[in-house]
Design a binder for this molecule. Sequence first.
Ligand SMILES: C[S@@+](CC[C@H](N)C(=O)[O-])C[C@H]1O[C@@H](n2cnc3c(N)ncnc32)[C@H](O)[C@@H]1O
Length: 227
Amino acid sequence: MPVGVLGNPKAEAVLDRLHAEADRQLAALWLHYLPKLPGLLLGGGIAWDRANTDFYRDKYIPIDRDQGEWLYLLARSTHARTIVEFGTSFGISTIYLAAAVQDNGGGRVIGTEIVPEKVVQARKHIAQAGLGSSVEIREGDALVTLQNLNPAIDMVLMDGWVHLALDVLKLLDPLIRKGGIVVADNVGTFKAALRPYVEFLRDPVNGYRSTTLNLKGGTEFSVKIRP
Ligand SMILES: C[S@@+](CC[C@H](N)C(=O)[O-])C[C@H]1O[C@@H](n2cnc3c(N)ncnc32)[C@H](O)[C@@H]1O
């Protein structure tokens, strides 16, 4: 009998439901992005527009299933026990990461989300997946909520508003262990807004090696190579 990548039917059932709910929002997202499509097709990506924040308040905008399964396997292969997530939304990515932490023998995913209603829903979904004891969701602005973390961070998922990615990385950088991993979603879609983030990771003085993977059109995968 085949099993899912997570080998966790309870978590996978919740993920199936949440991904389906997210998929139902795709038409609204496409309509929203339609005027920005020429920039995307010309390779420049979609410009980040802070005024859009209200539109996204009830939107899942999650990582894709293949990204989630890859993140789960990545966390398993590196025995990640401490994972930090910028941008929890309704908890989809958190569930993939927490399943890995639990299967690695225990630890913690520290997620952060600025929209209070999303925090309530994310906690509910994570509990339904049976992963509540491996997750702490911090409500508020990541630049504040992620200030008092302890080293060493094994893995980071950057999936909050893109114009903050570099600031969040600089906040977490001193706590990320040598060999630690940083993954950022959307570097293809929001190319210009994430350029400073990618440039920071590609500059050898900052101590990372980094490449863009063709997952969801551009997922930045970075490894810290110095303590
Ligand atoms: C793309 S969604 C995250 C999707 C989630 N990682 C998943 O795969 O299900 C980005 C989320 O980041 C949150 N966010 C944006 N700015 C934030 C900030 N400064 N601090 C914390 N969360 C923030 C948004 O409210 C939104 O829910």
